[in-house]
Design a protein around this ligand. Structure first.
Ligand code: EPZ
Length: 417
């Protein structure tokens, strides 16, 4: 993507359906037999298409009409996930729980790491084993099976892993008896999954103590649910407006889902108002104050907005720090931002960001989805021209980002390589 920066963004942008909610709720289809799951507000993203391809490989008939997707599930499903698809997207690990619960067996190549960390699934496998699954890993492929049904029981997550929470909630849906999982992830995507499980007939109760109680059922029924707005995409456009000192309304979002981000923006002196389902950013005469950020599981500051926040703070008036406590290595983008004149030094899991007056356009490379987003918003604020290469990462999670930015007055152009 080629960006000519320095133009304050102006106008209204609507948030897409959440990628990280759509992926798990699509996997709910694998709990069905001879039934249909209908999902509304499904975003049109590379990762969504990969998950659709994976579900089709497993035997599900998928029909997409704009943002509605219907999953027509046959009486029998295949239970082997192909390496080619699993390696394309780590979230493929979300087929483990539902397939094992529904078919009694599943073979899934280990997803492997990516540029933000090793991304193990040990917590997923530990929980499934505790529910009675036999798990064997041969040549990088997880083979799991269970004689009869998985057994409901009390489970405790050593870390509130989003993926482990989702896999185990789906596994518990067809298990024998009741499952209680403690110390689960509290991301809004988990509520969306709970609602989707309920809509196919699974009694799910989320408890305030950070636990969930699920009664296993025999057969899931057809159901329909809506994907929640993408809180991370919304934050990206909010920060783009702040960085370019523009006047933008970001609509179709749930403000409470981004409380941590809004609190930090208020602390830094950004000007905005929060409405029922929108945030409106106003230009400000002053540069942002520096702030201290630490990423945490929800409701803490979201790790998925960490690179975009670092880009924004690279123009603040002073020294900010961002501590990344969720992933091992999520600072690859910092070197790229420094090529644009930012002054970021990384020491272990902390980024020290010395604010500069201006960024200059440069040739940079997206190393992962959110790093790419950070470089794009930096390019929008920088003087001159920025080229962001390896946009494939960005298409995984940002629907029509070039069109949305052009509609806000940005000068962006896609270069076919
Ligand atoms: C989900 O990944 C999101 N992906 C990630 O978004 C997001 O960054 C992450 O949650 C945290 O919010 C989807 O929802 C598809 P975790 P997930 O399990 O489930 C460690 C994006 O940019 N861990 O909560 O993989 C793990 O290594 C993506 O949209 C284990 O050690 O996140 C990591 O350090 C990036 N063992 C930490 O926990 C396990 O069994 C958080 O992982 C599982 C996780």
């Amino acid at each position: 993507m080629k960006i000519t920066g320095g133009i304050p963004l102006k106008g209204t942008v609507k948030t897409q359906g959440a990628k990280n909610a759509a992926l798990p709720v699509m996997a709910v289809a694998l709990l069905l037999r001879g039934q249909k799951l209908t999902l509304d507000n499904v975003p049109d993203l590379y990762d969504i298409n990969t998950m659709i391809e994976l579900l089709e490989t497993l035997g599900v008939n998928v029909k997409r009409e704009n943002s509605q997707v219907v999953f027509d599930v046959p009486g029998e499903l295949r239970w082997e996930a192909p390496e080619s698809l699993v390696r394309k997207m780590r979230a493929s690990s979300l087929v483990l729980g539902p397939l094992l619960a529904n078919m009694g067996k599943v073979s899934l190549p280990l997803p492997g790491g990516c540029s933000i960390g090793s991304r193990p699934i040990d917590l997923h496998l530990k929980g499934l084993k505790q529910m009675g699954a036999e798990i064997d890993i041969q040549n990088g492929v997880v083979h799991a099976h269970v004689n009869g049904k998985l057994r409901g029981r009390r489970l405790y997550l050593d870390f509130p892993s989003v993926g482990a929470t989702e896999n185990l909630m789906m596994a518990a849906s067809l298990a024998e008896g009741e499952t209680i999982i403690e110390n689960i992830a509290r991301e809004p995507e988990i509520d969306n999954l709970a609602a989707t499980l309920r809509c196919v007939g699974v009694p799910v109760e989320l408890e305030g103590t950070g636990g969930v109680r699920i009664q296993g059922i025999d057969r899931a029924k057809s159901g329909r649910e809506r994907v929640i707005p993408d809180r991370i995409e919304a934050c990206t456009y909010i920060l783009a407006a702040v960085m370019t000192n523009g006047h933008v309304r970001v609509e179709d979002l749930v403000p409470t889902h981004i409380d941590a981000m809004l609190a930090k923006l208020e602390e830094s002196g950004a000007k905005f108002t929060v409405r029922k389902s929108a945030v409106e950013i106003f230009p400000s005469k002053r540069r942002l104050h520096p702030v201290t950020v630490k990423t945490m599981p929800y409701p803490g500051f979201p790790t998925d907005s960490q690179p975009q926040m670092a880009a924004t703070l690279s123009l603040a008036r002073g020294v900010s720090t961002i501590e990344e406590s969720v992933f091992q290595a999520r600072f690859l983008y910092a070197q790229e931002l420094n090529r644009m004149g930012a002054d970021i030094t990384i020491s272990r899991d902390v980024a020290i960001i010395r604010g500069v007056e201006k960024l200059q356009g440069a040739g940079v490379r997206a190393t992962d989805l959110r790093a790419g987003a950070a470089l794009i918003i930096a390019g929008l604020a920088a003087e001159g021209e920025t080229r962001v290469d390896d946009m494939i990462h960005v298409w995984r999670g940002y629907e029509a980002i070039d069109q949305k930015l052009r509609a806000l007055g940005a000068n962006v152009e896609l270069i076919k390589q």
